[in-house]
Ligand binder design. Structure first.
Ligand code: NAP
Ligand code: ZN
Ligand code: ZN
Length: 353
C-alpha cells in the first residue's frame, strides 16, 4: 500500500478538505503516476453533492488526470518512468464482454470509474485525481504528447473525449451544420473539435457575454438560446446538435432545429429529468434524441493524438487545490473560462501542515 494525500468531501453537503488515504500495492500490470494536474468536471460536483444518488464518502473526485509515470509493474512494457500520461473517467472493465471487445469499455456493465466506484483491490470505493498520485492498470493509461501544455491537456481526458466521441460516431464533417449547446467545459471542447472537423458550428448559449469567446473558439454563429426569434431563424436546419447542459430544460427548442433525420445528442446529465420532449417533433421529421457516454480507451488515445496533431487543448484557469470549493461555486454559476485545472504542486502546502 502507498500513502496518498488529496482533497475529499466527507458528506454530500460538506466542502472538500485535506484527506490522507492509501492506494493499493502495485500489481504487475499497474502504472503509478505522480499527478501534476487534474481538471474539475461538472460531474465531480454532481457526485460530491450526491445529485445522481449512490455517492459514497469520503470522496476524492477527479477524472481529468495528467502526470508522470513514477513506477511500473513487472508486466508493463508500454510505459517507462518519466513518461507523460493521462487517466480519464475509467480505471478498469471486464475486458471480455462485447463492449470491451469493441473498445467501448465505457459501456461495459462492469466498468470501474476512476472514483466513487467499487475497487475490488481494496474492497471499498476508489479515489480520484484530486491527489498526489494514482495507481492504474496500464490498459487505462493514455500517452500524452510532450508538445502540448500538460495542464491544458488534463480536461481532454473527460471534456475532450466526451465531445469528440459523439462527433465521430455521428460522422460530423465538412458541409454539416452542427450545434453545440452550453459553453462550459464540454461545450468549449465540442466547438473546437466540430470546427477542426470542418463543420459549420453554431453555439447556443444562455450567456450573451460568452459570444466573442465562442467565435474565437471556432463557432461560425452564436445564438442566445433564450431569444425565441434567434432560435426560430434556425428551424429544421441542423444535421447534429450536441447538448452539454447540466440542468433540466426544454429539449423541444432544439429538436425543432433539426433537419429530417437529424440527431440531438445529450451528454449533460442533470440531477432532474428534462421536461418530456414532443413526440410530434420527432416523428414528423424522423428526428432522434440520443445519448453518449465519454469514449473508449482506444478512441481516447485517438482523440489525444488528434489534439497533438491539430494543436488543440482546453482553455483553462489554473488554481491551487485550496481554492477548489470556490471553483465549484463558480462552475455552478457558469463562470469559468472554460475549465478549472488544479495544479497539484499546491498539495505540498497541505502535506507540510
Ligand atoms: P459546465 O462547465 O458547468 O458547463 C455547462 C454549461 O451549460 C454552462 O457553462 C452553461 O453554458 C450551460 N448551462 C448551465 N445551466 C444551464 C441552464 N439552466 N440552462 C441552459 N444552459 C445552462 O459543465 P461541464 O463540465 O461541461 O459538464 C456538462 C454536463 O455534462 C454535466 O451534467 C456533466 O455531468 C456532464 N458530463 C457528461 C459526460 C458524459 O460522458 N456524458 C461526461 C462529462 C460530463 P452557457 O453559459 O453557455 O449557457
Ligand atoms: Zn467528467
Ligand atoms: Zn466488459
Amino acid at each position: 500500500m502507498y500513502k496518498a494525500i488529496g482533497y475529499a468531501a466527507h458528506a454530500h453537503n460538506a466542502p472538500l478538505v485535506p484527506f490522507k488515504f492509501e492506494r493499493r500495492a502495485l500489481l504487475p500490470t499497474d502504472v503509478q503516476i505522480e499527478i501534476l494536474y487534474c481538471g474539475i468536471c461538472h460531474s465531480d460536483i454532481h457526485q460530491v453533492r450526491d445529485e445522481w444518488g449512490g455517492s459514497t464518502f469520503p470522496m476524492v473526485p477527479g477524472h481529468e488526470i495528467v502526470g508522470k509515470v513514477v513506477q511500473i509493474g513487472g508486466a508493463v512494457t508500454e510505459f517507462a518512468v518519466g513518461d507523460s500520461v493521462g487517466v480519464g473517467c475509467m480505471v478498469d472493465s471486464c475486458r471480455v464482454c462485447p463492449d470491451c471487445q469493441e473498445d467501448l469499455e465505457q459501456y461495459c456493465n462492469n466498468a470501474v470509474f476512476t472514483y466513487n466506484s467499487f475497487d475490488k483491490h481494496t474492497g471499498g470505493s476508489n479515489y480520484g485525481g484530486y491527489s498526489n498520485h494514482i495507481i492504474v492498470d496500464k490498459h487505462f493509461v493514455l500517452k500524452v504528447s510532450e508538445r502540448l501544455d500538460l495542464a491544458a491537456v488534463a480536461p481532454l481526458l473527460c471534456a475532450g473525449i466526451t465531445t469528440y466521441s459523439p462527433l465521430m460516431h455521428w460522422q460530423v464533417g465538412k458541409g454539416d451544420k452542427v450545434g453545440v449547446v452550453g459553453l462550459g467545459g464540454l461545450g468549449h471542447m465540442a466547438v473546437k473539435f466540430a470546427h477542426a472537423l470542418g463543420a459549420h458550428v453554431v453555439m447556443f448559449t444562455t450567456t450573451p457575454s460568452k459570444a466573442n469567446d465562442a467565435k474565437r473558439l471556432g463557432a461560425d454563429e452564436v445564438v442566445i438560446s433564450k431569444n425565441a426569434e434567434e432560435m426560430n431563424q434556425h428551424l429544421a436546419s441542423f444535421d447534429f446538435i450536441l447538448n452539454t447542459v447540466a440542468a433540466p430544460h426544454n429539449l423541444d427548442a432544439y429538436t425543432a432545429l433539426l433537419k429530417r433525420d437529424g440527431t440531438l445528442c445529450l451528454v449533460g446529465v442533470p440531477d432532474q429529468p428534462h421536461p418530456s420532449p414532443s413526440v410530434g417533433h420527432l416523428i414528423f421529421k424522423r428526428r432522434a434524441i440520443a445519448g453518449s457516454l465519454i469514449g473508449g480507451i482506444k478512441e481516447t488515445q485517438e482523440m489525444l493524438d488528434f489534439c497533438a496533431e491539430h494543436n488543440i487543448t482546453s482553455d483553462i484557469e489554473i488554481i491551487p487545490i485550496q481554492q477548489v470549493n470556490e471553483a465549484y461555486e463558480r462552475v455552478l454559476k457558469s463562470d469559468v473560462k472554460y475549465r478549472f485545472v488544479i495544479d497539484m504542486a499546491s498539495l505540498q502546502d497541505t502535506a507540510e501542515n
